[in-house]
Each structure stands twice: as structure tokens, then as C-alpha cells.
Design a binder for this molecule. Sequence first.
Ligand code: ADP
Ligand code: MN
Ligand code: MN
Ligand code: MN
Length: 339
Amino acid sequence: MTKYKLEYHWLDGYTPVQSLRGKTQIKEFTSFPTLDQLPMWGFDGSSTNQAPGGSSDCVLKPVAVYPDGGRKNGALVMCEVMMADGTTPHASNHRAGILDDEGAWFGFEQEYFFYQDGRPLGFPENGFPAPQGPYYTGVGYKHVGDVARQLVEEHLDLCLEAGINHEGINAEVAKGQWEFQIFGKGSKKAADEMWVARYILMRAAEKYGIDIEMHCKPLGATDWNGSGMHANFSTQYLREKGGKEYFDKLMAQFDKNRMDHIAVYGPDNHMRLTGLHETQAIDKFSWGIADRGASIRVPHSFANNGFKGYLEDRRPNSQGCPYQIASQILKTISEVPTK
Ligand code: ADP
Ligand code: MN
Ligand code: MN
Ligand code: MN
């Protein structure tokens, strides 16, 4: 028997952005535990905006488990928050009840800033570094500094050890800004892995004295890019049948549902979706082939392949909840008949 360190983590009750919380319990298993071996657990919901003090018990229901490369005999246990009865999802539980479909594939591109001393890593104490231009996919100390790459590499390795479908990394347009991509088949799988990847990143950064700034426009109305979480998606129908006629109907439905999408695409998105810095304005909907100024970018491959393949919704921002984003995309898709 081995004593495993089980890090149960969950999303708290804060709005408009939920934070990750986690605590450890030790349990003995003969080998790495499977999901059905992991017991329900509880926490004090009055400390996380999830329950009143007089009746504070909330229940943690394990929904996914990953090896934790950051700890000897560690496991990362993603949990849903349930009411004290253990079966009713808590109001803050946006995972329970989302639309899911294994044939729907999602690729999320998470952008974020490293922050230290209240400013992006690598920014001078006063003012700004050289204007953006050389930082995107940049190389060299003057562009990326030293610790940033160490940290993104460590994050990548921990994600791969956890079995997360981490697909890549790049330095982003602003200094101190980075991106990683997570791909998954099914909205729950992709979104679980995104939340776990966020958790791993925040935890890995602690020892460097660095925070992960997820706000979509941390530098406000300046000429510095904001952070998105582009949601690339495809369904089996889009990959195998597609066609211009279906595509046009789909885009019309996305246009019609614009407000429902924006509602779950992350807070303060009006600061980011301005029509500048590779975005479309928040009050407009558009699509375009290879157009990074459109709401939905249609990859060349999609158009060249008879409007088949995947699409990129560029509007979700870095603080968006991947469960709700994926579910809204599936909802809009479900409203368009397929032949
Ligand atoms: P860019 O920065 O040019 O927008 P990235 O390479 O960062 O592109 O991201 C592309 C994303 O698209 C990746 O996360 C990838 O997993 C995802 N993707 C690729 N093919 C599909 C597909 N068929 N369905 C859904 N997502 C896909
Ligand atoms: Mn990208
Ligand atoms: Mn990007
Ligand atoms: Mn993108």
C-alpha cells in the first residue's frame, strides 16, 4: 500500500470569476487511484462564498483524477461542488448539467500575464518596456527574460505528466504575456483539463514569487494586448459534412445568440473586444477567412476543404469559464438543423 497525497480542488463561489481552491487528504491505495476509488469529501462553504456560516457544509464530488508530478505520490482530483445532500449540484457548479458530446472537440488557447510587484514580469518599475512587436514568439533575454521560460517549461512538463492534452506554448504579444493550448474531445474533458492546467500553472508560479494575471485587459486602455482564451471547436458534422450552406446558417445562429455568448465569455470583455488588437468589437458579430479581427476566424484549411473542419471563436477571454463557453457553443450549434 502507498499513501497518496490527494489534492482535491474545486471552483469557489466568487463572482464574476471563480477561484480555484484546493486541500489535501492522504489515503492508502495499492496503485494510483481510479476515480471510483476516490471518496466524496467536504469543506467549509462559508469561507468560499458557497454557504452561510450556520450551515456551512459543502460536498466535494471527484470527477477527474490526474497524476501530480509536483508531489511525490500525488494526485490532482478535480471536484464538483454539491449541496450537503451530496447529489444536488451547488449553484456555483457550472460543470454539472453542461451540454457535452464526445464528437465535439475543443481547443482552448489560454493567454495570461506573469505578474510580479504589481506589473507584468519584465516591465520596468516606472513606465513601459519597448513597445510590443518583438515579444510574440520572441527569443532572447531582452524579449522574454529568464524565469518566464523556466516556468512555462515546468508547467508544460507537469501537464504532460498529468496526462493533460497540452498542445503547445508561445510567448505572446505583450511583454510578460504567454499562451498555452489545451485540446480535448468533449466539453467536460477539455474544460476539466483547462481548469487543472490553470491550477498547475498558478501553483508552479508560487515559488518564483510570480502571480498569474488572468484579467483580459490588465493594462487597461493602453496599446498593450489583452488576454483571450480563443475557443476552437468542431463537431463530427462540421468535420465530416460541413458545407457553405450549413456554415452560413451556423454563423447566422451565432449572430443571433451573440449576447448569450458574450454573457459567458468572461468579465470585462468590453475592455478587450474593442475592434483593435486583433479583436472584433463586442457589439458586433462577424466571421472571416484567416481574419484575426473577426469574432469567428475561419481557418484557410476550413474554407479550402469545402467549409469543413474547425472554427475559432476569438471572443472568449482569459478569465472565461471553459465549461460555460463550451456549453454555449454546443447550444448554438444544436439550434441549427443538420441534414
Ligand atoms: P492560433 O494561435 O493561430 O489561433 P493555435 O495553434 O494557438 O492557433 O491554436 C489552435 C487550436 O485549435 C489548438 O488548441 C488546437 O488544439 C485546436 N484545434 C485543432 N484542430 C481542431 C479541431 N478539429 N477541433 C477543435 N479544435 C481544434
Ligand atoms: Mn494561439
Ligand atoms: Mn494567442
Ligand atoms: Mn487563436
